[in-house]
Structure formats: structure tokens, C-alpha cells
Design a protein around this ligand. Sequence first.
Ligand code: F6R
Length: 642
Amino acid sequence: MLKSNIDASTDFEQRFESIDTLIFEHSTDAVKVIAKEIADLIRVKQALKQPCILGLATGSSPKGLYHELVRLHKEEGLSFKNVITFNLDEYYPMEPDSVNSYVRFMKSLLFDQVDILPENCNVPDGTLKKSEIADYCAAYEAKIESLGGLDIQILGIGGNGHIGFNESGSLQNSKTRLVALDHITRVAASSDFSGLNNTPRTAITLGVKKIMEAKRVILMAWGEGKANIIQTSVEGPVTTQVPASFLQEHNNVIFVIDKEASSKLTRINTPWLVEKIEWTDMLIRKAVLGLALKVNKPILMLTDADYIENGMSDLLADKGPAYDINIRIFNKLQNTITGWPGGKPNADDHNRPERAEPARKRILIFSPHPDDDIISMGGTFKRLQEQGHDVHVAYQTSGNIAVADDEALRFANFVCDYNTKFGIKNDEATGIYNEATTFLTNKKNSDIDTIEVRNIKGLIRKGEARSTSHFIGLDNDHIHFMELPFYETGRIEKDEVGEKDIELTVALIDEIKPHQIYAAGDLADPHGTHKVCLDAIFEALKRLKKKSYMKDCWVWLYRGAWQEWGIDEIEMAVPMGPDQVLEKRHGIFKHQSQKDGVVFQGADSREFWQRAEVRNKETADRYDELGMAHYAAMEAFVRWRF
Ligand code: F6R
């Protein structure tokens, strides 16, 4: 059983937690443990000649688990002949063979890959007439009951705390029923449906009551995006606003989460409140900065009383008085600020984030999508170029799927019109564009773009990226388009990092031999493009480790377009004045296909330039609040040491 994996210290560590949580470094290890528990139960039931009744979820969270169950079947002979499954939910209305149906999801990830009997797989029916749904739901529950209830219920968790599609406001005794989906749930699903307008508004979901009646509940959550809701569900009050919090009242539930999803739990985020800790430099910095922001005082104004009243008296006893600790942390933070991201020539660099020498550095900026460079580090990019470094930028992927069809259509028409108007007879090119135009004009929601259309979309983004780099001052020899193959699936779902991706990355680093590499460090993003791009860089660096120039190569990580580093993590903060903020905005504007309504809007309705400005201003404000100089904006970096 999973619980036995929790060591003896857990009870004490978990005293803020009302649900047992098991934290893994990586989700890949976590799913193995869950799959083993399921497999053990299936085998026990087989020996007893009983069926094993499983409640299953869809979404991104259980994918790794299904992969591992399939592996257990194929490689270790685990049979699913005695397994009966009930899925939590299905969109309504939904045809079972539609690309986005949960029936199709379950078939491709699990049912069709193991020896489960098709008649034992139950997924709510999205094709019913509205008038039939109530009876159908009652029968779905009755069927579960007649089999003695769910042995194990697998769950993911929505950003709002939903379980199944029991959204905020669902009652603890709610039944299986037709529900309206929350805006936040629809937004999360909208990229699968090519936009919010095509995303279903309703779904059929198993009620909370049946979930609570399951003999065992295992909820999975991966990634930083789930950290807040995990903390609220596990440590907050039981409330209808957060349906997952009902699980605090289940007597056999476990949350299996990865390090990132656990990051807001008290024992992880502020461990000094939970137990006596070894105060490392990192923890002292985190605690003191957190304290200053909490009590709303600059660092140098913190008093002994502030430390004592906020659970930090042992730090005070160890390293105090407050005055000494304050000065130490103040200086550390102060030293992260530099207007010379490539190092300040002829300056004492002891307390600076970067080396003074060589004064002119070779620099390679990796940008996963064609606009991450300017969005996340546009000010720094410009500064590096202006300060005379040899700056290269490498666009790792084409970013083609994020271009809207009408935008592609406009460009395709332009080529056709141009050829016609000026009598250019290039039949092949005209043919290609004509085909693309016909495809786009008749494209259905679920259609995957043809290669020609993807090429057009990729070229649009290429032009935009080139335009930004020219704006910064780079010439074409310093702009590299890598078009890493892992990205080119034509779907949102990308491949894993592959040998070719790594080879291309190795070749570029080896050609430039950089003193500085900048890369998007979205370490918390488990499936996204940024993570794969970073994997390729890390693997390339590993392979190049022995090269002599690597001794002088420092790697700086900026965060992706969506988040910023925590204030306690930042090792280099590059300030910007109001004019530089405006200049960066104009650099972002070069990405016209990503402006005024984008394909992948996400939950945030602001434009990328707005998000970037708010985020950079917030960092600057934070430094100001902590007692540093007041700048208009700041870009932040963390150094990766290998
Ligand atoms: C899926 C379901 C939902 C998801 C939840 C998390 O059957 O019922 O509750 O588990 O929305 O989704 P992911 O795992 O995609 O983050």
C-alpha cells in the first residue's frame, strides 16, 4: 500500500496537512508506485476470482499511470480480464469517436492496449438526449453499487479544486449528473478544442458521493500549476468551493504529487514552521525575504520581534540579532542587481553576478518559441547587444501551431496574388499555396494542418522573430532557426526530446563556444515545449562537458512567458528604466501573429506584452518593497550550475 512508503517522521512533518500526501521528485517514479498498488489489487482479486472495480480519470495527470499499466500488461503479464472500469466523466454532448472524447482517450491510452473486455469499460455516454440523462446517471451509479462499489478511485484535480467535473459549489452528497463547466475548466480544455468557442459547456460527471464511497482514493497532481490548489485542498478548510477538500473526510485517501505540486505545502514552503531545520544560506534568504514581504517592511527594518512572532526565533538564536541577519540578506539581494548582464569590464566582480572578463563575451540566447527571448528577457537581450557582446539567438522551435488559420490564409493569398499580378510562373509554388488555401478554407476543428500549412505558419513566425532580432541589432548571421523535430507533430502534444534535437543543439553550442548561454528554465512544466527544449540543452551540455571552452561557459535561466522566479531564487536582476520598458514592448509587437487574440490564450486574457510588463514591474516593485532602489522593471535570472 502506498501509505507504508511514508516514513516515520511524516506524522510530525504533516501536522498542517489533513490529507496524507506522498511527494516524489518526478511523476515518472510516482506513477510506478500507484500502478503497483493497482496491479497488486488486480492480482489479489484474480486469486479470489473477484472483479476489480476501478474508477478512472482522464486529463493530463493520469497519462503516465496508464502508460505504466500498459507496460505492466505487456512486459509483466498483468491481465485486466477481471477489471471493470468506470470513468469519472465525459463532455456533453460528445460523440465517442470524436478526437476529444474521453472514450477515445481511454481507448488509445489504456483499453485498446490491454486485455480488458470492452463490455467492462464504462464511460458516461455523451450522445444521450437531455431527457435521458437523469435515468442514465442513476443507472451508472446503480451499476457501481451492484458490483460492491469502487475499489480504487483515481483522480486528478482541477485548478479550482474540482474532482471529476464536480466544480466549485458542488455538494458533498452530489449525485452523478449533467453539470455546467466552470470558465476556468473550459479555458484549460480550450486548446484541445481550438479555442473557447468550440469548447463544450457541459459534461456528465460522477457525483462527489460516489467518489467519497470508493474504498480507496488516489489523487495525482504534477507541476507547479497545481501547487496552490493542492495546498488549499490539503491544508485549508473543507468547503464546497474546493471539492477536493471533501477528501479530508475520506478515511483512505492519498495525494500522490511531485515536488513542484508540493511546493506550497507548509512543510515544503516554510519548513521552519513545522520542525527544527538546518538553516542553509538559501533557507535563511527565503525566510527573511518572505518575512519582510509578509510584515510589509524593508529588510533593514525587521526587528527581533518580527522574527520571534513569525516562527523564526531559532534562526534569531542561531544567527541573530535581527540587525546582523538583515544586513547579510540585504547585501546578498543588493548584489543580484546589475545593469551589466554580460559582466562589467574593468570592475571588481567579486560580488557581481557575472565575471568582468572577457569584456566581450560570446553569448547564445536560446528561445523555445520565436517570442520567448523578447518576452522574457528583451531588456537584457538589448543591453547585451548594446554593451558590445557577440550575441547570437537561437529559435528552437518553429512555433507554427500558434498561428491562427486566417493569418496563414492571408499570407497564402498574398503569395498567390503576387504571383498572379506580376505573372510569376512558378507552378509548383502556386500549386502549394493554392492547396494550402483550399485546405484552410475548408478546415474542420479537429483537422491537423497539412505540412504546407504548417510551413506557412512557421514562416510567419520566422519572419517575426527575425524582425525582433534586427530590432535588437543582430544581423542574419547571428540568428539561428533550429526547427527542432520534436515540435513538428502538428498537434499540441509534442514528442519527447530526440537524438536529432540534441545533435542540433550540440552543433550550435559547439559552433559558437559561448561564454554565456541563456535558456528558458521552465523546470516545473512537465510536458511543455520549454521543458523539452531545456532537456535538449542540458543533454547537449553534458555531451560537451569535456570541451575546453565549457569551463568558461555560464548558463543563465530565465523563466518562460508565464511565470517569474521567486524573489529568493533570483541570482541576477537586470533593471530597466521606463524608456527601456517601452522599447521592449515594441520588440514584442513584432510578433503580430501573437497579438490581438492568440490561438493559445490560456487562462490569462492579457496580451503577452502586458503580461511581460506586469511581471517585470512586479519584480522591480518587490525589490523596492524590500528596501532596494526603485526601478521601472526588472528581468530575473537564475544560474544553472553543471
Ligand atoms: C478528468 C477529470 C478532471 C481532471 C482535472 C485535472 O476525468 O475528471 O477532474 O482530473 O481537470 O486535469 P489534468 O489532469 O489535465 O490537469
